[in-house]
Design a binder for this molecule. Structure first.
Ligand SMILES: [Mg+2]
Length: 124
C-alpha cells in the first residue's frame, strides 16, 4: 500500500480529464482537476499536489506558462510535472527537463501507460 497522494489534472478537454480519472482511480490517490491554465495555477498554489498532469494547449495560460510559473515559486517549484503533449508537440525528455518538466506523455495514451508513468513518478 502506498500513501495516497494528490494529483492535479489540468486539461481543457473534458474527455481527457475523465479518461485520466478512470485510469488512475484504482491507485487510490486524490484526483483534482483544472479546466484551464489559470485554474491550474490556483489549485497548484492552494493544494500543492504531489503531481501535476499538464496539458500543453489550454485557454488563458498554456501548459508551458503554467510550468514556468510553478517553477518560479518556492512552494510549487518541486512538484512533479508531466506534460500531456500531442504528436505535433512531441519533444525529447532532455528538452522537456530543461523547461522544468519531469516527464511527458503523448496523447492519445492508454490507461496502462498513464498508470505506469504516474506510479514511476510518485516512486510507487
Ligand atoms: Mg488542450
Amino acid at each position: 500500500m502506498t500513501t495516497p497522494r494528490t494529483i492535479l489534472t489540468a486539461d481543457d478537454n473534458q474527455q481527457i480529464r475523465m479518461l485520466v480519472k478512470a485510469a488512475l482511480r484504482s491507485l487510490g490517490h486524490e484526483l483534482i482537476e483544472a479546466v484551464d491554465g489559470e485554474q491550474a495555477i490556483e489549485l497548484a498554489v492552494e493544494r500543492v499536489p504531489d503531481l501535476v498532469l499538464l496539458d500543453v494547449t489550454m485557454p488563458k495560460l498554456d501548459g508551458w506558462e503554467v510550468l514556468h510559473f510553478l517553477r518560479q515559486r518556492p512552494e510549487t517549484a518541486d512538484i512533479q510535472v508531466m506534460m500531456l503533449t500531442t504528436a505535433s508537440q512531441t519533444m525529447d525528455l532532455a528538452h522537456g527537463a530543461s523547461l522544468g518538466c519531469n516527464d511527458y506523455l503523448t496523447k492519445p495514451f492508454s490507461p496502462g501507460d498513464l498508470r505506469a508513468h504516474v506510479e514511476r513518478m510518485l516512486g510507487a
